[in-house]
Design a protein around this ligand. Structure first.
Ligand code: AMP
Length: 601
């Protein structure tokens, strides 16, 4: 079989065609993968990186069977991490345009959000990156529209934001992957050719000031309220941010609609003029929105989305992994409206599509799209109860040999490894996934967590997911006993004194008695199930957990710190653990209460 080429940028694609294309490649996923690998190697075998590893083995690549290329490639090219590729990427950033990682010169670099592991990384970005973005959007939309058909000519209330693009020393354009995509021809194609249109013009998306853009997204979303078919953002965090901001600015927005004006808080000239083009005085609409808002305000904005956007069929965003803590708030705003999970990908490559729009975020999985990259999976098995023999350098996983996509087993966990069209070779992504099943020949993945440990003092090992579960227990107690809610959280392993201990920072909305917070603190201390932590706490080689309550707006300051350093609102993920001194200062300066867990088990 030859991989049926379909370009995401093909404007005449009907839903039916893209579904048929996907069913075909899913049917033949294993074969498609070997062909994709052969294509990547053929395109790039003369690059410095591959030449140094493959030698002369693939000089006659045209004549080699894809399976032979696969076996040569996986035996000669070692697994890599970002630090192995970094020297090449740096040379590219500095202007070296020889064939280092790819035959075609790389002209753009993406910044991964860096909020997952605290450090922003450059990753090559090419035309293929925006084409595959458009392609997965179309594919996912085709499956969604089977369940939630949307009206042609409708609108999308889309909370998307570009960050600034800048030039590297060698003159390459750098910025986040979403920013490059919004600036690409593919995004313009999508805006022109999909059935629905974003409410906001490009000037709002690209304004570079997320607060002003959010105001305009909300304002335009309300002007077109009746036409809005669904509400979306890249990550759920941006939706929660936007609707929380609305609680503060709704009166001002209503005034703008009433008088056909635009708040003086919008200072970016071209955004102002492009938004003003849409606005004309509409007192009747302002009155209608105002009365809905008064009602909503008295019920703590429960069901805000369906009340204000009555024709919206669903809310669509990444809600899994690091976004799970925002689900509760999102459900509060969405009421009974379906929450549909967006797809699984990274700055490095798209990975899987959600074929089951009706699956709730807790059960969703992502079917690997076998044309996006060549995927391998490192089997991971959890090592339990090794007690004090833990090696500090490793996490709790034992690794097997990387497997191709067709060899993974249902119920097993793996780390994802990518070989991309953009010059990453056997690149460890650092995500842990579990195989939930197969769709034809393509594995369906549950996202489990980032593999990296975030909380560790000595022999204890906790990932982002471990912390998330612990905080969930604490915050459940908070909502059982009070009307308050947890807005956001992060943590730090404080080893400045002996014994070291964990500090969990909470921002809370509402007043809570100290006694309840004390209980929450103890609940969290007891909720860590990691054997290393339990043993260390019992022997006091880790001190009692500390809960620090920070003042309202602290996490907004953290967001602003990241945005100020080039992160994009669209890709932002609150760091769940930090040792960054600036962040610790922001948190420390705003700590208003602190509690220490008392007697341990
Ligand atoms: P970025 O650094 O902004 O490229 O973020 C990519 C990372 O976000 C991935 O490696 C995952 O850890 C996470 N991510 C992306 N999509 C999803 C998803 N659908 N569910 C859970 N986590 C995701």
């Amino acid at each position: 079989m030859t991989v049926p080429a379909i370009s995401g940028a093909d404007t005449n694609l009907e839903d039916y065609d893209i579904v048929r294309w996907f069913e075909d490649i899913a049917d033949n996923a294993a074969q498609v993968q070997t062909q994709i690998l052969k294509r990547i190697v053929k395109l790039n075998c003369n690059t410095e990186y591959l030449r140094n590893r493959l030698g002369t083995e693939v000089l006659n690549i045209e004549e080699l069977e894809p399976e032979v290329v696969e076996s040569l490639y996986t035996s000669l090219v070692p697994l890599s991490s970002h630090s192995d590729l970094d020297p090449y990427i740096q040379r590219i950033a500095d202007g070296d345009d020889s064939a280092l990682l790819t035959q075609e010169p790389i002209t753009m670099l993406s910044l991964s959000s860096g909020t997952t592991d605290g450090r922003q990384k450059y990753v090559p970005f090419t035309r293929f990156s925006s084409q595959s973005t458009l392609q997965i959007f179309r594919l996912a939309a085709a499956y969604r529209s089977r369940v939630f058909p949307i009206r042609a000519g409708g609108r999308i209330l889309e909370f998307v934001y570009s960050s600034k693009q800048f030039k590297t020393r060698g003159g390459l354009t750098a910025g986040t992957a979403t920013t490059h995509y919004f600036a690409s021809e593919e995004f313009k194609t999508k805006q022109k050719t999909t059935k629905s249109f974003t409410c906001s013009p490009y000037e709002v998306i690209s304004a570079g000031d997320y607060k002003q853009s959010t105001y305009c997204h909300l304002l335009l979303g309300l002007l077109f309220a009746d036409q809005v078919e669904f509400v979306t953002s890249t990550f759920a965090y941006s939706l929660v941010q936007a609707f929380t901001a609305f609680e503060d600015v709704w009166q001002e927005i209503c005034e703008d609609i009433r008088h056909g004006t635009l708040s003086s808080r919008i200072t970016i000239t071209n955004m102002r003029s492009s938004v003003l083009d849409y606005i004309a005085p509409d007192p009747a609409l302002a009155l209608e929105i105002e009365s809905k808002c008064k009602e909503l305000n008295s019920s703590n904005w429960h069901c805000m989305i369906p009340r204000l956007w009555p024709n919206a069929k669903y809310v669509y965003s990444i809600m899994t992994g690091a976004m799970q803590p925002y689900l509760k708030k999102l459900r509060h705003y969405a009421g009974d409206l379906a929450l549909v999970c967006a797809d699984y990908g990274s700055t490095e490559s798209w990975i899987g599509v959600n074929l089951g729009p009706l699956d709730p975020p807790e059960r969703v999985n992502f079917t690997v799209v076998p044309t996006f990259s060549y995927f391998e999976f490192i089997p991971l098995s959890l090592i339990v109860n090794r007690g004090s023999e833990y090696s500090l350098a490793n996490d709790d996983y034992e690794e097997g040999e990387p497997l191709p996509l067709s060899k993974v087993k249902i119920g097993e966990q793996y780390e994802v490894v990518l070989t991309t069209f953009t010059g990453l070779y056997r690149y460890r992504l650092g995500d842990v996934v579990e195989v939930a099943g197969f769709y034809k020949g393509a594995p369906q993945l549950n996202f489990i967590c980032r593999r990296k440990l975030i909380l560790t003092v000595n022999i204890d090992k906790n990932t982002e997911k471990d912390l998330q579960m612990v905080v969930e227990k604490g915050s459940n107690l908070l909502s059982q006993k009070t009307k308050s809610e947890l807005v956001d959280f992060t943590s730090n392993a404080d080893t400045s004194k002996n014994p070291g201990h964990y500090v969990v920072y909470w921002e809370i909305k509402g007043n809570v008695e100290d006694e309840v917070l004390n209980e929450c603190c103890r609940e969290m201390d007891l909720a860590f199930v990691d054997h290393g932590y339990v043993v260390s706490r019992k022997t006091n080689s880790i001190g009692p957990l500390e809960l620090k309550i920070v003042e309202t707006g602290t996490f907004r300051k953290i967001l602003e710190y990241y945005i100020g350093n080039g992160a994009a609102m669209s890709q932002f993920k609150t760091p769940r653990c930090t040792s960054n001194q600036v962040l610790l200062r922001i948190l420390g300066d705003r700590t208003i209460k602190q509690f220490r867990s008392t007697a341990y088990r």
